[in-house]
Ligand binder design. Structure first.
Ligand code: GMP
Length: 335
């Protein structure tokens, strides 16, 4: 491919300003555009469908195609059957689906040569966040707020639980995650519900809440900031991107303890760069995990001590080497 190509993105249930999954992907597209010296305004575009059916998604993909945006990124498992059809309908376009694989409705993956399917090891990111949280806080209750109860979100939760457990068993911490403090809100955009659930958890004595919930997490962060301003301990562990700046409530002080990152930005910009270089990995399913630095905690974690960072670094190394294997399945809660 010579020169600029136009890059489009469609959102499914969440919004572009969710400070996490969709926004992170979009920022990756913009960063990619800048790296490749595209005209950001003219060469990138996102569309939000008016509904959430396959037809709604195909309509926006068609709109992008008609407007000349033929490299299309769709973050979200909800696009699976739409991309299954789009990859045949628009054979000369390129598709990048994040968190999903194209299929006809039967869950049998059909990744055509013009499509790349990208998954993340959320359980590994959750595990690191669990270790960091436990080592930093030492004792007390933590909670989890998920968005929709889908594998990508569950894996954050299950990994987090294993990480906390590892710290309890090996690093001298005593942290509990009780069943009543594990809640899937059911959407990725109900900010008010996120705030309400967080308030209830903090009222029950939870010190830190891991949110894996797209825009729902913004509500939890809002609640944490209100409490921190009032002098209370109310942390959030962010998700997808480094959410530190979202949690700032005074000066440089933030309620974001750390963030369980899955680098959707890099996924998007890497694929653009590959396309530009004529190396688009069409037909492939890519896994972004600890081994390839596709998941991790932020480089800067002002709320974590040196001790915590050292422990997390050790554990990260053990996950990379395979010495620690994080299960992508449900485990026991920590009482
Ligand atoms: O935010 C935590 C996780 O929830 C993300 O890594 C995604 O797996 C999922 N998620 C967040 N927002 C959205 C959204 O708008 N659509 C979909 N399909 N998944 C989302």
């Amino acid at each position: 491919v010579e020169g600029a190509f136009k890059v489009g993105m469609v959102t499914d249930s969440g919004t572009i300003d969710d400070k996490s999954f969709n926004q992170g992907t979009w920022e990756g597209i913009k960063a990619g555009a800048e790296d490749l010296s595209f005209n950001e305004k003219k060469d990138t575009k996102y569309l939000k469908p008016s509904g959430s059916t396959e037809a709604d998604y195909l309509k926006e993909i068609g709109n992008l195609h008609d407007a000349g945006f033929k490299f299309i990124v769709t973050p979200g498992f909800k696009f699976e059957t739409a991309i299954f059809k789009a990859q045949d309908k628009y054979k000369d376009d390129k598709f990048v689906i994040i968190d999903g694989t194209p299929h006809a409705g039967d869950f049998k993956p059909v990744v055509k040569d013009n499509t790349v399917s990208i998954f993340f090891a959320e359980h590994e990111a959750g595990y690191l966040a669990g270790v960091a949280t436990a080592v930093q806080l030492k004792t007390g209750d933590v909670g989890f707020i998920g968005g929709m109860e889908i594998p990508a979100v569950q894996k954050f939760n299950w990994g987090f639980q294993q990480g906390v457990k590892y710290a309890n068993e090996n690093l001298g911490t005593s942290i509990s995650l009780k069943a009543q403090n594990v809640i899937y809100q059911g959407s990725f955009d109900n900010v008010a519900a996120g705030q309400q659930i967080a308030a209830q958890m903090y009222d029950r004595g939870v010190k830190a809440i891991f949110t894996a919930a797209g825009g729902v997490g913004i509500g939890a962060i809002t609640e944490s900031k209100a409490r921190a301003k009032a002098g209370k301990e109310a942390w959030v562990i962010g998700v997808d991107v480094d959410q530190y700046s979202e949690g700032i409530y005074e000066g440089n002080k933030s309620t974001i303890l750390t963030s369980a990152m899955k680098d959707v930005s890099k996924a998007a910009s890497d694929m653009m760069k590959a396309e530009k270089d004529g190396k688009f990995p069409g037909g492939q399913t890519l896994i972004f995990d600890a081994k390839n630095d596709g998941i991790g905690l932020p480089k800067e974690n002002p709320n974590l001590s040196e001790e915590t960072l050292t422990k997390v670094e050790e554990v990260f190394g053990k996950i990379k080497s395979g010495e620690i294997v994080v299960a992508s399945e449900k485990g026991d809660l920590i009482k």
